[in-house]
Write a protein that binds this ligand. Sequence first.
Ligand SMILES: Nc1ncnc2c1ncn2[C@@H]1O[C@H](COP(=O)(O)OP(=O)(O)OP(=O)(O)O)[C@@H](O)[C@H]1O
Ligand SMILES: [Mg+2]
Length: 251
Amino acid sequence: MIEVKNISKSFGDLKVLTNLSCDISVTGMTVMVGPSGAGKSTLMRCINKLETIDKGSIKVFGIEVPKKRNDLIKFRKDIAMIFQQFNLINQMTVLENVLIGRLNGKGFFPSLFKKFTKVEIKMAEMYLDKVGLYDKRFNKASELSGGQQQRVAIARALIQKPKIILADEPIASLDPKTSTQIMDLLSSIVNEEDIGVLITLHQIDYAKKYADRIIGLNHGKIILDANNSGITLNEVLNLYEMEDVNFNDNE
Ligand SMILES: Nc1ncnc2c1ncn2[C@@H]1O[C@H](COP(=O)(O)OP(=O)(O)OP(=O)(O)O)[C@@H](O)[C@H]1O
Ligand SMILES: [Mg+2]
């Protein structure tokens, strides 16, 4: 469970998140939607402490997001992240990129001298097989298409053996067919690997198709929080667009 309590976050004068609270289940797929600038990425980055909150508290699996760097390394061990731009190392092979996932949760110096064991290499190959890229394992990451690169990023997340994957717009750079493949893959991970996924999307239709739960954010506040089965696509669309158009700071 991710417990977010009364958090606020500003960048200079810009208030991005205001007194925001929510509990996010670590099982299933939670999709966060909302207009550009709503604060979705900021919230996700605060959960993983890529940003620091100004006020409030965030607990992940009962543990407060730590302040000390050493504690942070341990804390992040259970949390994997996937990005819109894949964030692979282009000059490394696909297999090496996946193995990098094993370094998460270790300090910088151990990572520097880390040699991967045969077991770890087998694991990397297994996850590459799971995402359908075993045959590409010796290709450089730069030689892969966007959808393939995102699948490598998913394999890199899986080898970390996380309890939750945070995915910030993982399909924003992909065409509809590839987007569906990636969402199907994430969905299978939720079901087969028992890993929770918190994902931000702009495509409400995908949110509706894949989410167990939908959280709508606008101007740093939660305006919708519902089980997917309890709401219609139009209800999500209405709330999303109405709040976006009619928002008034003075209300
Ligand atoms: N590091 C930063 N420094 C200054 N302002 C920032 C920083 N990160 C985000 N912001 C601002 O905070 C606001 C919220 O940004 P955020 O990236 O969380 O939005 P978002 O909901 O993820 O939007 P999008 O759907 O476009 O990705 C925006 O106005 C953005 O410009
Ligand atoms: Mg964003």
